[in-house]
Design a protein around this ligand. Structure first.
Ligand code: DC
Length: 227
């Protein structure tokens, strides 16, 4: 049986993971957060003291890395790095930048590609990332490119970090988002860009509930059309 794949791509902080998780629950699909894979590789390189930007430092470490995805009883994705659950550690701000750095290295993208595709072969998935509609699942039935202004994305991320008790300030969160945008869109391999057949959705003016309804509407319409 062919499984259904839904790709949600877009820049950091556009609400992809929250919306993809809600939507996956609504339609009964598996939610796959692919950024967590890059974060796990970034965390490993940081822990080994490697330069996350340098392919010559990162590539030799890849054979030492075993990345697994697990789902807990509540259906929440957990990231396992060489047997250790690192789901909390990968959310630290320094790991965000390390993930962005290592994600520009072709060998890292190749290393993680099959993990992502094999999930889509086995389950109905909603996968979020940067290149899901363009590279990982170019045949996905539905592709959504989610955006919001950098200021609004920084505001949301700042509130999220604050709620988690992570010490930070709005300006550094904004700087971090702008830098990662530049990194993720400017890189030579699999840059962040909408697939030609993606539906664009700007959530700057929409709250979560309204964005969720819009995403569900896009998915229902595309599936009704049999695309
Ligand atoms: O979605 P996120 O912020 O957790 O992603 C962390 C980094 O990983 C992001 O800066 C870019 C990279 N990434 C990627 O290059 N391709 C993906 N499919 C997902 C994330």
């Amino acid at each position: 049986m062919n499984h259904i794949s839904i790709a949600i791509d877009g820049p950091s902080g556009a609400g992809k993971s929250t919306l993809a998780r809600m939507t996956a629950r609504h339609f009964g699909f598996l939610y796959v957060d692919t950024g967590a894979l890059y974060r796990t590789v970034g965390l490993y390189v940081l822990r080994r003291g490697g330069d996350t930007k340098d392919p010559r430092a990162v590539e030799p470490l890849l054979p030492e890395i075993r990345v697994e995805l697990k789902y807990d009883g509540a259906g929440i994705q957990r990231m396992i790095l060489n047997g250790e659950d690192v789901s909390d550690d990968i959310r630290l701000p320094e790991v965000s930048m390390a993930a962005s750095d290592v994600s520009a290295i072709p060998a890292v993208r190749a290393f993680l590609l099959e993990t992502q595709r094999s999930l889509a072969r086995r389950y109905d998935v909603i996968m979020d990332g940067r290149d899901i509609g363009t590279v990982v699942l170019p045949d996905a039935q539905v592709k959504i490119f989610l955006t919001a202004s950098a200021q609004e994305r920084a505001r949301r991320r700042f509130l999220e970090l604050q709620a988690k008790g992570v010490e930070t300030d709005y300006d550094s969160v904004l700087r971090d988002i702008e830098l990662r945008d530049k990194n993720d869109s400017g890189r030579a391999i699999a840059p962040l860009r909408p697939a030609d057949d993606a539906v664009m959705l700007d959530t700057t003016e929409h709250d979560l509930e309204a964005s969720f309804r819009l995403v569900c509407g896009i998915i229902e319409e595309r599936r009704r059309d049999g695309r």
